[in-house]
Write a protein that binds this ligand. Structure first.
Ligand code: UDP
Length: 236
């Protein structure tokens, strides 16, 4: 499959057209950003880790009934995916309080939540990805009620799978962000699932094994990304 014209370049990935209009190639970069692009850097080999890890996870999600954009891993940094229109929503699932949730509601990081929380953010860099609810989404025509119901159902299926999947690698899934796309009228999981988009804490030491090492200058960023991929590959 040949990479044709570049369609889009985001903060962490480039997307290319192919000779099949229904398929794109995603190329993962080592660039890292945080705080709505205010903090910039590179994490050596991050693109390889995120590409491989996403492919492993998406394949297993497919087998468990969550449709995804994954077609095939092509190389260390490239994956062939179905062309979708991304819904302008960040879907966040929280099992444990951390990050913006802890700040907004004044809850200590690490507090176990009485109920799993699903949150939506409006994907809009200019507005700083504001938190929105179902009514906002419908009022702004960002998705239909039927699409929201599907997104919600798949998001919880992804959480149930991921919690167990990461636990096999001695990683505790604190929270994560996923994105969905529309393809031939169907909602499918798109984007990536990686240490960039999940908070993962070591089960034994509580050590942060995710992008917070970059966001918060905790050191050993590259090593941690590589360690997460190593564990996941060993225990998949
Ligand atoms: N997240 C993400 N991209 C974003 C915002 C959040 O992948 O643009 C992930 C983040 O890594 C974490 C979860 O979503 O696993 C919840 O993030 P939170 O809202 O706490 O925001 P943060 O503290 O990262 O700003």
């Amino acid at each position: 499959m040949q990479k044709l014209e570049q369609l889009y370049e985001g903060k962490a990935k480039k997307v290319f057209k192919t000779d099949d209009p229904k398929l794109y190639i995603v190329d993962y970069k080592d660039d890292a950003t945080a705080f709505n692009g205010e903090k910039k850097g590179t994490i050596a080999s991050k693109g390889v880790v995120n590409n491989k890890m996403s492919a492993i996870i998406f394949k297993q999600l497919e087998e468990r009934g969550v449709p995804t954009h994954l077609v095939k891993l092509l190389s260390d940094r490239e994956t062939l995916v179905k062309a979708v229109r991304i819904l302008p929503l960040e879907v966040i699932i929280r099992n444990v309080a951390a990050g913006s949730f802890s700040q907004r509601y004044g809850v200590e990081e690490g507090t176990e939540l009485a109920k799993t929380v699903l949150e939506f953010s409006y994907k809009n860099d200019a507005l700083g990805d504001p938190l929105i609810n179902d009514d906002h989404i419908l009022a702004l025509r960002l998705a239909t009620q039927e699409q929201l119901d599907t997104v919600r159902k798949y998001a919880f299926m992804v959480n149930d799978f991921l919690k167990e999947f990461f636990l096999k690698s001695d990683l505790r899934l604190i929270d994560f962000k996923i994105e969905f796309g529309e393809c031939d009228g169907e909602i499918i999981l798109a984007d990536e699932i990686s240490p960039d988009t999940c908070r993962l804490w070591d089960v034994h030491t509580g050590e942060k094994m995710d992008k917070d090492r970059f966001r918060r200058d905790l050191g050993n960023v590259e090593e941690t990304y590589r360690e997460v991929l190593k564990r996941v590959e060993e225990h998949q």
